[in-house]
Design a protein around this ligand. Structure first.
Ligand code: MSP
Length: 533
């Protein structure tokens, strides 16, 4: 197999590498949930997937946080990064690599990359003057600032004036190459509104940016001048490369890039757009490396309209939410309720309503009442019916036959809410169908064949719904599959991809008439809204 074929079978994607200035909040969990959904979907369709996440541990923000807590920076990083690992476990995130940027192997990759850029003649010493937001770890233009020299993203933080000697990266040299990239690969930045934002930023003219610091000790030294440390963003972006290294191999760029490069998808929030779509591709161009395929930019989770964040201190505790409602509930709410790419506000009563309506009522009750009817009316088995008995124009089959493709397109476009909506159209059609067909009356009239036909069509539709939702709610989907008599656990992804590939299970008509159905039990317990007062 040549390299191109191999690349077609692999899919590498990343979450941002999270700052360890505090424990993760629901905003940081948001990108990671989405990434896990994409990874799970890609595995179902048969790709070999590498999901990368991790922590960004250098720089002034981390150094200062450690100082304020009376800790060594490394101890702070060790403590906080564990918090991310634990949250990902609770959220059922099946990542393949967790990269920490204080890792020694990462230093080797950063040095080698720096050397390549240095040899391209793209690094020079200059004087940096400007306003710096430590929370963003970014220089800001005077015109971007709020009153009182406050950062527009961290609105309670004042930016700081800097006037110091730094090494610069010659970003300006890549102006036309970047413009050409946005033109020739329109999908490089999505959604389109973000692409336009980047294009207009670049059109204003790019300025070189500084990639070293003189008064920040917490970072890797600049190889050619160790009085300077490497700017945290230059170091952090390369974490995506280090993460690709197989555990046992020597940390060289060649080894890192051998199998999974280029990354197929970077998932990021809108505050780190320029870093990923302007600085990062230019750095790679300078090092003469292929570029990532696609950067998808999501919005902010807000509370009372303001970005939820560690620096603003207005976050929602994901652990409390998961402990109270379960991982699937949290994953479902954020992916179904917020259009990926737009901002979304969290509201607890909406959260409870959505979960009760979709998971407890529409899907959960549907499965439960159908299985109970199979027990009551058909001695536990729809043995007279097969897929072939049901015509393609059947009201549920006709939706089901188109659904797999629709949902696949939605997952590929990262339109998770559309994937959920399409599936729930089928689920709601099932509820309506049962009410209209009234299998209890058909049974009384002795129409056994008709009863079984109704129940088969509904159960098969629930199966398909569970399959298509499995990247988002893997535990509930596994539970449904088990009740339908399949020995499939969607958390065992490798095995599922083999025994229940999308090409087969993603379409209508899989349920077999010899299927031994399981015992009905609720898949999602209705949530009682908290008492007011
Ligand atoms: N360390 C950098 C990323 C380096 S990637 C090489 C960083 N870290 S962060 O912890 O501050 O943010 C990580 C991600 O979380 C960003 O994509 C950011 O947009 C996202 N979010 C942080 N707060 C968020 C919300 N309130 N809502 C949605 N996403 C948010 O930036």
């Amino acid at each position: 197999m040549n390299l191109v074929d191999k690349k077609e079978l692999t899919f590498a994607l990343t979450t941002p590498l999270y700052y360890v200035n505090d424990l993760p909040h629901i905003g940081s969990a948001y990108t990671t949930m989405a990434a896990d959904v994409v990874a799970r979907f890609q595995r179902l369709v048969g790709h070999s997937v590498l999901l990368i996440t991790g922590t960004d541990e250098h720089g002034q923000k981390i150094q200062r946080t450690a100082e304020s807590k009376g800790l060594e920076p490394q101890s702070l990083c060790d403590e906080m990064s564990v918090g991310f690992v634990k949250l990902w476990q609770l959220l059922n995130i099946q990542y393949d690599r967790f990269i920490r940027t204080t890792n020694d192997r990462h230093e080797a990759i950063v040095k080698e990359f720096f050397q390549r850029v240095w040899e391209s003649g793209d690094i020079y010493l200059g004087q940096q003057q400007g306003w710096y937001c430590v929370s963003c770890e970014e220089f800001k233009e005077e015109r971007e600032l709020l009153e009182g020299h406050r950062c527009p993203i961290h609105t309670n933080k004042e930016v700081e004036w800097r006037d110091e000697q730094n090494y610069f990266f010659r970003l300006s040299k890549y102006q036309s190459q970047l413009e050409e990239l946005y033109k020739s690969q329109p999908d490089f930045i999505q959604p389109e509104s973000r692409r336009n934002e980047v294009k207009s930023f670049v059109n204003q003219g790019l300025q070189d940016f500084s990639i070293s610091r003189v008064n920040v000790e917490w970072g890797f030294p600049i190889p050619v001048d160790p009085k300077h440390t490497i700017y945290v963003w230059f170091d952090a972006l390369l974490g995506y490369v280090t993460a690709l290294l197989e555990p046992e191999v020597e940390p060289t760029l060649e080894n890192a890039l051998a199998k999974w490069w280029p990354i197929n998808l970077h998932l990021i929030g809108k505050d780190i757009l320029r870093f990923h779509t302007v600085y990062w591709p230019a750095m790679l161009m300078s090092a003469d490396l292929p570029l990532p395929v696609r950067v998808f930019v999501h919005g902010f989770l807000t509370k009372d309209g303001q970005k939820m964040g560690k620096s603003l201190g207005n976050t929602l505790d994901p652990i409390a939410l998961i402990k109270c409602y379960g991982a699937d509930a949290v994953r479902y709410y954020f992916l179904k309720e917020i259009e990926f790419g737009k901002d979304g506000d969290f509201n607890e009563s909406r959260f409870i309503n959505v979960l009760n309506a979709d998971l407890a009522n529409d899907l959960g009750n549907l499965l439960n009442r159908t299985l109970n009817m199979v027990k009551r009316y058909c001695a536990g088995n729809v043995s007279q019916i097969t897929n072939e008995d049901i015509p393609v124009e059947h009201p549920l089959k006709s939706i089901g036959l188109r659904l797999g493709e629709q949902v696949k397109n939605a997952y590929e476009a990262l339109a998770f809410n559309q994937a959920c909506e399409a599936v729930f159209l089928l689920v709601r059609a099932c509820n309506k169908f049962i009410d209209e067909q009234a299998p209890w009356s058909l049974y009384k009239q002795g129409q056994q064949q008709a009863v079984e036909e109704v129940l088969y069509a509904v159960l098969e539709s629930v199966r398909l719904a569970a399959y298509l939702l499995s990247p988002i709610i893997p535990n509930i989907s596994s539970d449904i599959y088990q009740q339908l008599g399949f020995g499939i656990d969607f958390n065992d992804q490798i095995r599922t991809a083999i025994s229940a590939p999308f090409a087969i299970h993603g379409t209508w008509g899989v349920l077999d008439n010899q299927q031994k159905l399981g015992e009905p039990r609720p898949i999602f317990k209705r949530i009682e809204p908290p008492e007011k007062g």
